[in-house]
Design a protein around this ligand. Structure first.
Ligand code: SF4
Ligand code: FES
Length: 153
């Protein structure tokens, strides 16, 4: 397992194991939209891995922007690979989505997480910094430029 990952739940078939870290899930629902028969937050368990083939489950897991979802192939299929380029996508009124070969260090230079995808807080309100925990919605964080009268310099 890569550094810093701490999946609370694992859902598995003989072909694939899906790991979920709730503390990183900010309910973007990419997974639900991509494969609703597998990922359904209104159902328990919310992940039914055997409701689609392992390739489809793996592809959908990779659309999770926060790293809350990961997979391990148990059938010899291709394992998770980071994007070859690193990209940073600022989300409107939300976090920075980072994809690639990501290594996050703390202020002492200690590695706290290695991942292929992370969502980094830019509102300042997360209780799980440097990761977004969805708090930007509660504080109504906005990335809109302030008007000239509101700018603080
Ligand atoms: S795509 Fe990831 S962050 Fe979004 S709801 Fe699914 S597990 Fe949570
Ligand atoms: S950007 Fe999501 S908690 Fe700060």
């Amino acid at each position: 397992m890569s550094a810093g990952r701490d999946p609370a739940r694992t859902y598995a078939t003989d072909a694939i194991a899906v790991e979920w870290e709730p503390k990183l899930c900010i309910h973007t629902e990419n997974c639900v939209r991509g494969l609703p028969q597998v990922f359904d937050g209104s159902r328990r368990p919310w992940v039914l891995v055997d409701a689609a083939d392992a390739d489809a489950v793996a592809a959908t897991v990779m659309t999770c922007p926060t790293g809350a979802l990961h997979f391990r192939r148990l059938d010899g299929g291709p394992q998770e690979e980071p994007d070859s380029e690193t990209t940073i996508e600022p989300r409107p009124n939300g976090p920075l989505f980072v994809r690639g070969k990501v290594r996050i260090l703390d202020s002492d230079g200690e590695l706290i997480r290695e991942d292929t995808r992370v969502a980094l807080c830019r509102c300042g309100a997360s209780k799980n910094k440097p990761f977004c925990d969805g708090s930007h919605r509660e504080i109504r964080f906005t990335t809109a430029s302030p008007g000239p009268d509101e700018a603080t310099g």
